[in-house]
Design a protein around this ligand. Structure first.
Ligand code: TRP
Length: 343
């Protein structure tokens, strides 16, 4: 099973990102051949600072390594290092419908808030994302619900490519189709969908639009985490169990369950002796600090050595390229681009 996912370069990863994406990435290393890409090229589609982009990419690499990605058991690399992504993006444009790109919700939302320029890159963002995954013939893509449309598009693109450019004797896709490209499956982590803002438990924890006090960052100091939990909004009543009309309490219980690797029912059973919401907040804060503090410490260590991070990314890119190069040769051959492939 080959797994591929891409992650935006930012140092502001929050608890929702951690439980929903990063922890899943770490687990992916045991389930299959895991390939993870820090998408610096995608980050250039909206206004950005070049110096910051480099820093954020290293921040992200350090967070992922600190959380448990192991370069010996996965491929971790920077998108911009592997030129096959941009080439494949262009080649896939020939089987991508402009109308579909125009209709993407993320394109509509993001273009609506750009002040200076709505770049063509923003429109082509999903094609580059398709190239990311298809270059590795990945079978599974663990990303959030918000990426559903992009996943559907890449499945359409792969299917259309295989139909438009059939090649006898090309590798069979894991999903039973036949063709140069593998049609990937979406895998939506269930936890990510559930982590809510501590101040506004009706909404998802998010980097954009959430409350600062209600958003717990992976790199927050333990004290800051405790404060945020102590100020968490709870609900009326005092029973320590989940209920539809208790979004605040449900959130705390589910967060505890996720960081401890338990079921929410087990957490509720453990809380039987607790006295009200104050105890719940303290218990949740402790559980989260216990999970994040070691990540933060390792992060600080790793982030201090930029040369080592660059080296790790370069080694990852080397491994990624070996796979992507092979796909590109097949794609060019199928499309009649460049000279015929030497056999
Ligand atoms: N668009 C994704 C996000 O914002 C990031 C991404 C880029 C990605 N390329 C990818 C995710 C390929 C999965 C596969 O989260």
């Amino acid at each position: 099973m080959r797994i591929f996912s891409g992650i935006q370069p930012t140092g502001r990863k929050h608890l929702g990102n951690y439980l929903g994406a990063i922890v899943q990435y770490v687990e992916g290393q045991d389930r299959g051949e895991a390939i993870y890409c820090i998408v610096d090229l995608h980050a250039t589609t909206v206004a950005y600072e070049p110096v910051r982009l480099r820093q954020r990419t290293l921040d992200t690499a350090a967070i992922l390594l600190a959380a448990g990605l192991d370069p010996a058991r996965c491929i971790l690399f920077r998108q911009g290092d592997v030129h096959e992504h941009t080439e494949l993006c262009w080649l896939l444009c020939s089987v991508t419908a402009l109308g579909e790109l125009n209709r993407m919700h993320q394109f509509r939302d993001k273009s609506a808030v750009q002040r200076e320029l709505v770049s063509a890159g923003l429109l082509f963002y999903p094609v580059l994302q398709a190239a990311d995954v298809l270059a590795y013939r990945a079978e599974e893509v663990p990303v959030g619900e918000d990426q559903r449309e992009h996943l559907e598009l890449m499945r359409d693109v792969a299917t259309r490519f295989n139909a438009r450019f059939p090649t006898p004797g090309s590798p069979r896709s894991a999903t039973g189709g036949e063709g140069t490209l593998v049609v990937p499956e979406h895998r939506i982590p269930t936890v990510a969908a559930r982590v809510r803002d501590l101040q506004e438990p009706e909404r998802k924890m998010s980097t954009t639009g959430g409350s600062e006090q209600g958003t717990v960052y992976v790199l927050d100091e333990p004290d800051a985490i405790v404060k945020k939990f102590k100020r968490a909004v709870t609900d009326s009543g005092n029973e320590l169990h989940r209920a539809p009309d208790k979004p605040g309490v449900s959130n705390l219980i589910e967060i505890m369950a996720a960081v401890r690797g338990m079921t929410p029912e087990q957490v509720e059973a453990d809380l039987a002796g607790a006295r009200g919401y104050g105890d719940l907040k303290v218990a949740a804060a402790e559980a989260v600090v216990e999970a994040l503090a070691p990540v933060r410490e390792r992060y600080l260590e790793l982030r201090g050595d930029e040369a080592a991070l660059e080296q790790a990314l370069a080694a990852g890119a080397e491994k990624a390229r070996v796979i992507a190069r092979e796909t590109l040769a097949d794609v060019r051959e199928a499309m009649g681009v460049g000279p015929p492939r030497a056999r």
